[in-house]
Write a protein that binds this ligand. Structure first.
Ligand code: SF4
Ligand code: SF4
Length: 154
């Protein structure tokens, strides 16, 4: 029996600021993903959305992200449970939905600081390339080669 609420109950009582604070700023959700049609498994690749600022790891078109990037995952409470499997296992929204505690490096446990998140190797900064730098659309084999699987912290 979990000691934390799971599912929709886990998000109850979170106001907008608490909801936004759940994002650790890792940028993993902004990586292109491949989905195994048979198993439904989702794999992260080392290619980031062109709108992800590679220095700040922030979206450069946040208010209109869905219009500018149709594949963008807009993360809201009512997007669960469908969206959960598309998020990395370390994503605080996914962890919260699953009733799991946030890791010690999470900014919520670090007075809002992302330093520990970065030091623990969870930021995509310097580890991925922007899709703008790809020379043409990769074919299926090339996408497969770009899979980084479940994120391995440094
Ligand atoms: S994966 Fe989750 S915690 Fe990380 S940036 Fe995306 S929404 Fe925020
Ligand atoms: S458009 Fe979506 S996927 Fe692209 S950087 Fe912004 S939030 Fe991330």
């Amino acid at each position: 029996m979990p000691d934390r609420p799971q599912g929709a109950a886990a998000f109850e009582g979170l106001d907008e600021s608490a909801w936004e604070a759940l994002c650790d700023g890792c940028g993993k959700c902004c990586l292109h993903k491949l989905e195994d049609e048979d198993s439904g498994e989702v794999y992260l690749t080392a290619v980031a959305c062109r709108f992800l600022d590679q220095e700040s790891i922030r979206c450069q078109c946040y208010p209109e992200r869905q219009k500018r990037q149709p594949a963008c995952l807009v993360i809201r409470p009512d997007a669960f449970p469908e969206i959960a499997r598309m998020l990395p296992h370390t994503c605080a929204y996914r962890l919260t939905w699953e009733g799991k505690p946030l890791p010690d490096w999470h900014p919520v446990r670090q007075k809002g600081s992302q330093v520990q998140m970065q030091l623990c190797g969870h930021s995509v900064r310097d580890r991925v390339i922007s899709e703008d730098r790809l020379e043409g659309e990769p074919d299926e084999d090339e996408w497969q080669a770009l899979i980084i699987g479940e994120w391995s912290p440094l």
